[in-house]
Design a protein around this ligand. Structure first.
Ligand SMILES: [Zn+2]
Ligand SMILES: [Zn+2]
Length: 494
């Protein structure tokens, strides 16, 4: 019999520190910008496998010997010479000397339980020690099939079959046990616990002793690994493990995961000596590039440990750019013609109207021709018309892409080739907020942005800097083409 092993358990924690995967650009604000948020936390406790010992001694962690008694040695000395002496003394008994007669029948007894000689008295938890029980049989009848039960804090940790204890004999039983816990422990030994012997005196069948261990906790940040090959807007799975490599059980603690300077505290369960906690969490990064994720056990230093320098570990994870695209594309993007209708010519300068040409010559097949200043819509293919119309609110411009069936109603999913696009610039009557009266750089940004839509680029859902983000005030919004816009364009037209 052995002590119950700690069964593995699972803690599920969900931490949501901000929007993760469903951001749309129109909802972005400066205060939602973050490197990543932790979700899907999963923590498990497991016993350290035998072959994975870290800094342990192997005998502490051997699979089956930790909580069992073992290496039992039994040694009885028959006391027949003493018996003779007693008898001879008994022969001389007189009224003034009383010698208790040897018990008739069986009287097994256990007189002491202690550390075997030569064992260290500075005890450590879960370390193997040899113990000695002194016992014997005071009776005149030998006892056969005698069981000695060893207990730890009242619970049985094993029965030893002693065989026969001869009449009037004494001896020792040695056993080894590696299950002492931190602090005070009581080990007990009881002969004939099931009371099957015709024992004449059961009051002397048990003995016990207290053993106190000392030791220290040492929590170790054992591993931290990141899933590779992920992009912005995809969750990245992290696996971690924490081991108690000390000699004292550790209470529940905190593990701090720091991403981009932002701390996230996760709860770790108690970790006994020789146990490891392993778990996982996921993070969605919204900006591409290399991110450092740091784990730190007990960051507030609430647990006294023998070594605090092994509590931290970090991993770098490289996140690729995602693509932010509508489904369709121009079959012939190298020759896109641009017509500027008269309304746009009236409100905007040619410098602003022609600023879309920043899309040309960026590794892709996309090439817009110089603007044709026209009076009306032209029905030719591969053509972008720039109109004006009265818009409202924060809307400065809109873009509509068309295929052979007309304007696309689902440009995110309709992959039919584009044959035409129409861009509408704001011409509202409120001259204060009308686009043509706003800052010239905003006008250029708006033209460039709408031409990005005209080739099928969507608003980014990541937070990489880009012209194609909706809005104007975010730190990741750019007024001209950024690396991520070029990445998106080349994903479609390279
Ligand atoms: Zn993106
Ligand atoms: Zn837009």
């Amino acid at each position: 019999m052995r002590m119950k092993k700690i069964t593995a358990f699972v803690l599920s924690i969900s931490l949501l520190l901000g929007n993760t995967t469903t951001l749309i650009a129109s909802e972005l604000h400066e205060d939602t910008q973050f490197d990543g948020a932790i979700t899907d936390v999963d923590i498990q406790v497991e016993k350290i496998p035998e072959d994975d010992l870290f800094e342990y001694e192997s005998d502490i962690l051997a699979e089956d010997n930790v909580f069992e008694i073992e290496d039992v040695e039994i040694d009885f000395d028959n006391l027949s010479e003493n018996e003779d002496a007693n008898q001879s003394r008994g022969d001389k008994i007189d009224a003034e000397i009383t010698i208790a007669p040897r018990a008739a029948g069986i009287d097994v007894y256990a007189s002491s339980l202690k550390l075997a000689s030569g064992q260290s008295t500075s005890l450590k938890a879960l370390t193997n020690y040899k113990f000695t029980v002194a016992l014997g049989n005071n009776g005149s009848t030998s006892a056969s099939n005698v069981i000695l039960r060893v207990t730890h804090n009242g619970a049985s940790i094993g029965d030893i079959n002693l065989g026969t204890i001869p009449a009037n004999s004494s001896g020792t039983v040695n056993f080894e046990y590696a299950g002492l816990k931190h602090g005070s422990n009581t080990l007990g030994a009881t002969l004939d616990p099931n009371k099957v012997l015709a024992d004449t005196n059961r009051n002397n069948n048990s003995t016990s002793a207290s053993f106190t261990t000392t030791g220290t906790i040492d929590l170790q940040a054992t591993s931290l690994t990141a899933q590779s090959g992920r992009t912005t807007t995809q969750s990245v799975n992290f696996d971690f493990s924490v081991t108690n490599i000390g000699t004292r059980n550790a209470p529940a603690s905190t593990m701090r995961i720091t991403i981009g300077g932002q701390p996230n505290n996760l709860s770790l369960p108690a970790i006994n000596v020789g146990y490891r906690v392993s778990g996982s969490f996921s993070v969605t990064f919204n900006v591409s590039g290399t991110h450092t994720v740091l784990m730190n056990i007990d960051p507030q230093n609430l647990i006294s440990e023998s070594n605090k320098t092994n509590n931290s570990r970090s991993v770098n994870v490289t996140i690729a750019q995602n693509t932010d695209l509508w489904a369709g594309k121009w079959p012939n993007a190298t020759n896109l013609t641009v017509y500027i209708t008269s309304g746009a010519q009236d409100l905007f300068t040619k410098s602003v109207l022609s600023s879309y040409t920043v899309w040309n010559g960026r590794n892709s097949k996309v090439n817009f021709g110089s603007p044709t200043y026209s009076t009306n819509d032209n029905s030719s293919l591969d053509k972008i018309d720039v109109f004006v119309t009265a818009l409202s609110g924060d809307t400065l411009a809109t873009c509509q892409v068309e295929n052979s069936g007309g304007a696309l109603t689902d440009h995110f999913n309709d992959s039919q080739p584009y044959i035409k696009a129409r861009i509408y610039l704001d011409s509202r009557t409120d001259t204060n907020s009308r686009l043509s009266n706003r800052d010239a750089e905003l006008q250029r940004k708006t033209i460039r942005h709408e031409f990005g839509h005209a080739i099928g680029l969507a608003h980014p859902t990541c937070l990489d800097p880009a012209l194609m983000h909706q809005g104007t005030s975010n730190s990741y919004n750019r007024t001209t083409i950024a690396a991520h816009d070029e990445h998106n364009m080349n994903a479609k037209y390279k």
